[in-house]
Design a protein around this ligand. Structure first.
Ligand code: 5AD
Ligand code: SF4
Length: 444
């Protein structure tokens, strides 16, 4: 019987994809995955450092790992990911039950470090690399429908609030040939969707091909494969990229295009390198060029010095951009970043109030956008049973909207037509009309 490893993942899709790389490395070293901490020989936690509250949750969870270790002293406990980079010394000193601390560019060392830990040696590997992109590792994917494929690691943008350039290091792209090889493999295995991942996919560059080149080549691998990508930085959203998205029907009509704030003054303090006008012109161009495009954004409220007027400009931008969805965050100071030296002067209760105003406005806009689909038939990729009722299935539209519909002989991985009957701000509800494509076998 192989030894058992347990892993929990926090944070962004890049971390989910990294966990699949870790699973692959560990599998080759003879470890099988277990879904139960209580049966683990090695327990890993892949962490996120982007905001303080994410870190607090993870520290809390580490307490459970510690508890488990007290009754199973031989278990090896490892902290991976962005927190491993950010708080390595604190973790080593204050969390003495942690055996390993391994940053995002050092996962190849895991098996060796685990062996050393079994001999009582605590290990730390947090060097950031300019070249590591795990090109030769085939991620161990745990489902067979939707595959994440990292194409760029790290970030060179240095937005002043963001810890990512310090935890994930410099930007580096995989070669187009390697990405295409991976896309072909997942298509042959029956996957229906790939998501190309990077902190900023738009700056992809492999010394020959830019992101639009890569996106077009990926889309041409298999017409029945849906292609998604995230995240896009507005500064690098070129005309060529917009035209490429419009040129292929299997490139999804969905762009996650974080704006962060609607105030030029705050955008400058954030080092976002665009103005609100510039951004809204970009949105206009995208909406004119790509039919049925759906857009989402990230907003940070309460950045240092943000006034009521700055906040109103953010509300105004939300109205003007008419996003389909928004991820909203309260500003959280992060050590090492440029904004760390600014005073976090927006009181917590003001941040809370501004956040709920942003959420309220966006909820209405999302509701209005979703209601425009009532009466239409949309193509849905069936994902599985709906969370709320076993009698219903759910899936997503090309524009990334969640659709719930009564189960009707369809299988996970089918493309079906669903006529939308009602909508709330988060979900569309309808009934199946017809199948779009013949289902493919799903090989997990
Ligand atoms: N505080 C709050 N939100 C942040 N984000 C990144 N850094 C911070 C921070 N220090 C948000 C941004 C980014 C998203 C992934 O997380 O909106 O786009
Ligand atoms: Fe952070 Fe900005 Fe890079 Fe996004 S683009 S990861 S917000 S530094």
């Amino acid at each position: 019987m192989g030894r058992k490893m347990y892993i929990e993942t926090y944070g962004c899709q890049m971390n989910m994809a990294d966990t699949e790389i870790v699973l692959s490395i560990m599998h080759d070293a003879g470890f099988d995955r277990t879904d139960f901490l209580s049966s683990a020989d090695v327990a890993l936690i892949n962490t996120c450092a982007v905001r303080e509250n994410a870190e607090q949750r993870i520290i809390g969870r580490l307490g459970d790992f510690n508890h488990y270790k007290k009754s199973n002293p031989n278990v090896v406990i490892g902290v991976l990911g962005c927190m491993a980079e950010r708080v390595r010394r604190d973790l080593m000193e204050s969390e003495d039950f942690v055996d390993l601390i391994v940053g995002p560019d050092e996962y190849r060392k895991l098996p060796t470090l685990i062996e050393a830990a079994r001999d009582g040696e605590r290990g730390i590997a947090v060097r950031l690399s300019r070249i590591e992109n795990y090109d030769d590792i085939i991620p161990l994917r745990t489902q067979g429908l939707s595959a994440w494929i990292p194409i760029v690691r790290g970030c060179d943008k240095f937005c002043t609030y963001c810890v990512v350039p310090f935890t994930r290091g410099r930007e580096r792209s995989r070669s187009q040939a390697n990405v295409l090889q991976e896309v072909k493999e997942v298509a042959q295995r029956g996957f229906k969707e790939v998501t190309l991942l990077g902190q900023n996919v738009n700056s992809y560059w492999d010394d020959t091909n830019d992101f639009p080149d890569l996106l077009a080549a990926v889309a041409d691998v298999d017409q029945s494969l849906r292609i998604r990508f995230m995240t896009s930085h507005p500064q690098d959203m070129s005309d060529k990229l917009i035209a490429t998205i419009a040129s292929r029907s299997n490139i999804c009509s969905y762009i996650h295009l974080p704006v962060q704030s609607g105030s030029d003054r705050i955008l400058e303090l954030m080092n976002r390198t665009y103005t609100a006008d510039h951004y809204l012109n970009l949105v206009r161009k995208i909406k004119e060029t790509i039919s049925e495009i759906s857009l989402s954004t990230d907003i940070i409220t309460g950045f240092p010095t943000e006034t009521e007027d700055d906040h109103k400009q953010t509300l105004g931008l939300l109205q003007a951009a008419e996003y389909d969805g928004a991820y909203t965050f309260k500003y959280s100071p992060r050590e090492n970043t440029k904004a760390w030296s600014m005073i976090d002067d927006v009181p917590e209760e003001v941040k809370n109030r501004r956040l709920s105003e942003i959420i309220d406005i966006q909820r209405n806009i999302s509701l209005y956008r979703n209601r425009t689909l009532v009466g239409q038939t949309v193509e849905v990729l069936v994902e599985g049973p709906s969370k709320k009722s076993a009698a219903d299935f759910c899936g997503r539209t090309d524009s990334n909207k969640m659709v719930v519909f009564p189960r009707n002989g369809d299988a996970v991985g089918d493309y079906i037509g669903v006529r939308i009957e009602r909508a709330n701000s988060a979900t569309l509800f309808g009934t199946q009309e017809h199948a779009f494509h013949q289902p493919h076998a799903i090989i997990p």
